[in-house]
Design a protein around this ligand. Structure first.
Ligand code: NAD
Length: 412
């Protein structure tokens, strides 16, 4: 198991990328430091009247290429270190996909499963009001992440709007459609993961029709990726959630229907397997789409997949990554593979600014064209420079932010 903190891992990746790009020590100084870090205390009044305090964060890692952008996570493990590292990843992701954004991340160290709907609403509104001075459609635009969804975004949008005195839909993305959300946002990250999987199979010369896929995590990313992969003709053979996985289901939608009604993946006729067994299945593609650090020094040696597509953020530790590289596994890195979410969030923000809304086909076509461009850029730099897809993606993303810094200059 890795003992590295997510921030140390992200900083080590940045150091390596700066060296590969031949950037200066001054670049390291500016790129390795978050621009604005806000820690807030979030008081929560429970339904029984008890008051509890929780730590909340919002990190604006970069605003050099535009307003900062990134999700809000509710999870007990949220801390400042993880939030900075995720905000840094968002910065390289937005630059890699050429969106006019910097990078941000936020969250509260709480288990949302312990919250009633009313408690969740009070917590979300209070968190929003604590970070209100630094967010806004031109400053920093939050979105859902682990443990939050469109309901939380509706409360955030309302809290901000009530304080502004008028409706400000562009302050968050991932909103319900009736409040200015975008068609296609819910499935966007999974759709992008599926496109990245298809292109990685093509790059490895593996037939897309019938290619086998195992997915760890059956949430917003894992489920929609599974649906899109099936539509493309691939065979999703196993999925898992926090309690373990299953194999042997007839289709993803049949399993999903069962999952919704029984809150369990153990559908009659399926075989159960552990999360570790899922990682070691003999499949063409493995998609970690749960949390960080699932492919580590301990689990990577058993991976048999030829391709790993990182649906989650940071699912592969540096040691795990080195082992996959030695085995010749093609790894499509998180900042590329899961960029579909922020790409369609960008479309939502554009639609809110213009008060003009696109059709689902327009969203799909534009998503495909942006992520395909990023995939082609990464593949071609990887082959020209003889580096991995992860190195290539970071070189493009970090290189663009460094160039923007150089052109803007240092004030004063
Ligand atoms: P989610 O909360 O909707 O789903 C997470 C899934 O992972 C659930 O099925 C959960 O049961 C499972 N899980 C949790 N812990 C696990 C464990 N230890 N082992 C196996 N499974 C486990 O979250 P999500 O939005 O799907 O996000 C998943 C990952 O994708 C996160 O790393 C997130 O940062 C990243 N991501 C999400 C989006 C997005 O648009 N939602 C965009 C980019 C990246």
């Amino acid at each position: 198991m890795t003992m590295e903190s997510p921030l140390n891992t992200a900083l080590a990746q940045l150091r390596g990328t700066i060296d590969k790009l031949g950037l200066s020590e001054n670049d390291w100084q500016t790129l390795s430091t978050p621009r604005r870090v806000l820690q807030v205390a979030v008081p929560l009044r429970r339904d029984n009247g008890d008051v509890e305090m929780y730590d909340g964060f919002r990190v604006q890692y970069s605003t050099t290429r535009g307003p900062s952008k990134g999700g809000v996570r509710y999870h007990p493990d949220v801390d400042l270190n993880e939030t900075i590292s995720l905000a840094m990843l968002m910065t390289w992701k937005c630059a890699l996909t050429n969106l006019p954004y910097g990078g941000a991340k936020g969250g509260i160290a709480i288990d949302p499963k312990t919250l009633s709907m009313q408690e969740n609403e009070r917590l979300t509104r209070r968190y929003t009001s604590e970070i209100l001075p630094i967010i806004g459609p031109e400053r920093d635009i939050p979105a859902p992440d682990v443990g939050t969804d469109e309901r939380n975004m509706a409360w955030m949008m309302d809290t901000y709007s009530v304080n502004a005195g008028f409706s400000v839909p562009g302050v968050v993305t991932g909103k319900p459609i009736v409040l200015g959300g975008s068609l296609g946002r819910t499935s966007a990250t999974g759709d992008g993961v599926a496109i990245a999987t298809r292109e990685a199979l093509r790059a490895r010369g593996i037939d897309i029709k019938g290619a086998t896929v195992a997915i760890q995590g059956f949430g917003k990313v894992g489920y929609w990726a599974a649906i899109a992969l099936e539509k493309m003709g691939m065979k999703v053979v196993a999925v898992s959630d926090v309690n373990g996985g299953v194999t042997g289901f007839s289709s993803v939608s049949a399993l999903w229907d069962y999952y919704l009604s029984h809150k369990s993946l153990n559908m009659p006729g399926c075989d159960a397997l552990t999360n570790e067994e899922l990682l070691h299945l003999d499949v063409d593609v493995l998609i970690p789409a749960a949390l960080a650090d699932s492919i580590t020094a301990a689990t990577a040696p058993g991976v048999k997949a030829k391709i790993v597509v990182e649906g989650a953020n940071g699912p592969t530790s540096p040691e795990g990554d080195a082992i996959l590289q030695e085995k010749g596994v093609l790894v499509v890195p998180d900042i590329l593979a899961n960029s579909g979410g922020v790409i369609v969030s960008y479309f939502e923000w554009v639609q809110d600014k213009q008060n003009y809304f696109w059709t689902a086909d327009e969203v799909r076509e534009n998503l495909s064209s942006i992520i395909m461009k990023a995939l082609r850029d990464v593949e071609s730099m990887a082959s020209n420079k003889g580096v991995t897809w992860r190195d290539s993606a970071l070189m493009i993303g970090v290189g663009r932010v460094a160039e923007a810094h150089h052109l803007r200059g240092l004030y004063p």
